[in-house]
Design a protein around this ligand. Structure first.
Ligand SMILES: N[C@@H](CCC(=O)N[C@@H](CS)C(=O)NCC(=O)O)C(=O)O
Length: 203
């Protein structure tokens, strides 16, 4: 059985839980409190020396870190990763964009504001991230006003990667009310077969 070092509120971990749910792949979880300074389990550190989650352990003991790499691994050979090489390049473009400008701003502000409750202490960082995160959401809004999904007209791991932190962007101080294309896309993602919420429920 696969073992996922997981933090339930983490969007990066949710990406992994979502693709596994779509594919019907069973797994066990080991819950990590990412707000705690307690040492991480040695098995987690062996596969990610930074101690970050998600880390997935396969039956043969191999481990895999980085949420978007894990999405790619499970997407291959399924409808969630296109076969066309140009489309795959587009998927990669969006996965890098997500990590570079979306996750690093929206997820970080959500963590500082809603999980660490340290908005006052990190006001400058939050303001800096906010400007960049708004730019990421604007880019998404423009793209989604002309496309149903991110790549090739079909739901793919690129949509899973973006959904994870976009649907909880309000917890990081980002409003989606003025972004109708993103809101309609969120509904389309929620309507996909096998969708589960961040807390693990069917929608
Ligand atoms: N780029 C990594 C980021 C992983 C990451 O930042 N994980 C956070 C939870 S979302 C974490 O483990 N934080 C706790 C820590 O840094 O000790 C990925 O996409 O998997």
């Amino acid at each position: 059985m696969l073992k996922l070092f997981n933090a339930t509120p983490s969007g990066n971990c949710y990406k992994v839980r979502l693709i596994l749910a779509h594919l019907g792949v069973p797994y066990d979880t080991v819950e990590i409190d990412v707000t705690s300074s307690e040492p991480r389990p040695p098995e987690l550190l062996a596969h990610n020396p930074l101690g970050k989650v998600p880390v997935l352990i396969f039956d043969d003991g191999r481990g895999m870190a980085e949420s978007n790499s894990i999405l790619w691994h499970f997407g291959r050979g399924t409808p969630y990763l296109p076969d066309d090489e140009d489309d795959r390049t587009e998927v990669l473009r969006w996965l890098f964009f997500e990590q570079n400008i979306h996750e690093s701003t929206i997820a970080v502000n959500r963590f500082l504001i809603s999980y660490l409750d340290r908005a006052d202490h990190f006001a400058d960082v939050i303001a800096f991230n906010h400007r960049r995160g708004v730019g990421a959401l604007d880019t998404m809004e423009r793209h989604l006003s002309e496309h149903e999904f991110f790549v090739g007209g079909c739901y793919s791991i690129a949509d899973i990667a973006f959904y994870a932190y976009t649907h909880v962007a309000d917890e990081g101080g980002f409003e989606l009310g003025s972004r109708p294309a993103i809101q309609c896309w969120l509904d389309r993602v929620r309507a996909q077969p096998g969708h589960v919420t961040m807390s693990g429920d069917a929608p």
